[in-house]
Ligand binder design. Structure first.
Ligand code: ADP
Length: 582
């Protein structure tokens, strides 16, 4: 079948290589190109921050500029453009909003990103691009689907456009005083009154995106399930359950060109699959460079991350001396909360030969650490997708992870009986479970036959964007196929095509959502062994085991606990999990 070509506008607050604070930039910097390779016509738009390097600013050409109104504010809107790796990239230029010291730490950030969202919509007829889908990302672009529903969809230029909102990290929501809904966004009062843009009495940009986009995605299947529970839902799990029918999880990929051990100029020694000696040469290089004891035989654990609670730093702190007692070296690169930075800086003095702490952001050093490390530690409390484990795979570095979110979907824990696995994993957010997993990894590191097999296996995995880009085509095609029958009558702003949230209806709505779901899927907690056995891929024996486990341990609290049932490994779980609900 011929691929359906769609016109996609990808909207993000940061994109590599222009501006990056985290994983969103990696995604926005590589997914558009992968979508173009899938046959779509894709363009990217980001704000033109002061921090974008001059070399890119010099390459930009002015497309247009005009004035627009953000609520009562009359303001300048410039659009500049360049092409990077075949992707047309637009930059929204307004010095008042984007010529700032900080990207996201400004008092008026609600206004900055309201402006950005509106500017993106305003520029479309002017630049002459009429996308099928506007793909928005994270809280900074949350207002766009709302503005679209409030006052753009009713205009003929916009009427066929659909919106997608991707959650990269639910923790960061963009919450502001409620008066901004009228004063800054200038939207009709019913959006606030209905509760659709409000959470705990505040205007919430993340919830806004969730409630108003035609389709919501997040960056792994596990995280898509997890965020519908109160533990992972960051207070918005009810909103996500309301949108459950329009919510899907699509794993991120990474650029296999950028993170290529054969060509990456940042590496001391470039290497390809099977060249394990050359990988060790990278270890020796980084040991020398950072002043560690130079010893190719010592296991080296890498850790590159924002230093925030999410990344499991409390676990690392709790058993740090025990980790060092395994005989491994530890290499840390990251910035963030001062308490973590100070802890590691202090430890540096205790372990001068075996610990290197680098409190900074350094992309080149990051590549050298990925390539030179034997293991890569990611004990995250939650992890929407996680890119570092995928980058580690690329460089033959074995991830040691907490099995949550995207880490759960990408790292198969090593099973010594079958020899299967692509890393080491632990389930509970518990420092000693993490420590034992590190100890286990270190013990296998000493068994070179096994370890080298693992290196070769992970270097053969394919987490490039190709598969994920194909998966995005599904919602794009579906949405674009919805056509005009669902469109609003002109001026009928009260019947926006979303579910209106009323707090008092929450319980009722959630039951409704669940009913819809159970008609399609089978409940693990409520089905008999016979019902479970009918699912493809389970069979009588496993169905019995699931029911016995439930009887002994109580109801499953999350789907992924199925892997605790004897014999249900990662692969089987992945096969059956889509057919099951709690
Ligand atoms: P998150 O988006 O939550 O920060 P991800 O794993 O999705 O986490 O992506 C983090 C990205 O940022 C990876 O590419 C990682 O290598 C990079 N990174 C994080 N901290 C640093 C740092 N201090 N120096 C260089 N790169 C970093």
């Amino acid at each position: 079948m011929e691929k359906e070509k769609k016109k996609i506008l990808f909207v993000a607050s940061e994109a590599d290589p222009f501006i990056k604070t985290g994983g969103l930039a990696d995604v926005a910097g590589s997914l558009p190109q992968a979508l173009i390779e899938e046959g779509h016509d894709v363009r990217l738009v980001i704000p033109q921050y002061r921090q974008i390097p001059q070399k890119y600013k010099e390459r930009m050409e002015a497309v247009c500029h005009f004035r627009t109104k953000l609520a009562w504010r009359d303001t300048y809107l410039g659009v500049n453009k360049l092409e990077e790796d075949g992707v047309p990239v637009y930059f929204i230029d307004n010095q008042y909003y984007f010529d700032r010291d900080s990207l996201y730490e400004n008092e008026d950030k609600h206004e900055q990103f309201a402006f950005f969202s509106q500017a993106v919509l305003d520029m479309l007829p002017v630049i002459g691009f009429q996308p099928d889908v506007i793909h928005t990302n994270d809280w900074q672009t949350g207002p766009l689907p709302l503005l679209f529903a409030d006052r753009y969809r009713q205009q003929s230029y916009y009427q066929d456009i659909k919106t997608v909102f991707t959650i990269h990290n639910l923790k960061y929501q963009g919450q502001f005083a409620g008066h901004a809904a009228g004063d800054v966004l200038g939207v009709a009062p019913h959006h606030w009154e209905s509760g659709n843009i409000r959470h705990n009495g505040l205007l919430n940009y993340m919830k806004t995106g969730i409630m108003y986009a035609d389709h919501v995605t997040t960056v792994s299947e596990s995280y898509a399930d997890e965020i519908q529970t109160s533990y992972f839902g960051e207070g918005l799990d009810y909103a996500l359950r309301l949108r459950a029918d329009d919510l899907s999880g699509i794993l991120n990929g990474i650029s296999y060109d950028k993170f290529d051990p054969e060509t990456n100029k940042n590496l001391a020694v470039r290497f390809s699959k099977g060249e394990i000696d050359k990988k060790i040469a990278n270890k020796v290089h980084i040991q020398q460079k950072l002043g560690l004891e130079v010893n190719g035989d010592k296991p080296l654990i890498g850790f590159i991350s924002r230093m925030v609670e999410q990344k499991g730093l409390d676990l690392v702190k709790a058993v740090f001396d025990e980790i060092m007692a395994t005989g491994a070296q530890f290499l840390i690169l990251g910035t963030g909360q001062r308490e973590y930075e100070e802890f590691f800086e202090a430890k540096q003095h205790e372990y001068p030969d075996n610990l290197s702490v680098n409190i900074k952001y350094d992309a080149q050093l990051a590549d050298q650490i990925y390539a030179g490390s034997d293991m890569f530690l990611m004990p995250s409390r939650f992890e929407p997708c996680g890119l570092s484990q995928l980058i580690s795979f690329r460089y033959g570095t074995i991830p040691v992870v907490r099995e949550t979110g995207g880490l759960n979907d990408t790292v198969i824990p090593y099973n010594e009986e079958t020899g299967e696995g692509t890393g080491f994993g632990f389930r509970n957010y518990n420092a000693h479970d993490m420590l034992h997993t590190i100890e286990r990894a270190v013990s296998f590191y000493d068994q070179k036959g096994i370890w080298n097999k693992l290196i070769n296996r992970v270097m053969n995995l394919d987490y490039s964007w190709h598969n994920s880009a194909q998966k995005y085509s599904e919602p794009y095609n579906q949405l674009a196929g919805i056509g005009k029958q669902k469109l609003l009558q002109k001026g009928d702003q009260s019947k926006v095509n979303i579910k209106v949230y009323h707090p008092e209806q929450e319980k009722e709505d959630i039951t409704k959502t669940k009913k819809v779901k159970t008609s399609k899927k089978i409940s693990i907690n409520q089905s008999s062994a016979a019902e479970l056995a009918k699912l493809p891929g389970i069979g009588d024996a496993y169905a019995e085991r699931i029911v016995t486990y439930r009887e002994q341990k109580g109801d499953f609290t999350k789907k992924s606990d199925l892997t605790k049932v004897k014999g249900i490994g990662k692969k089987k779980y992945q096969k059956i999990s889509k057919l099951l609900t709690l």
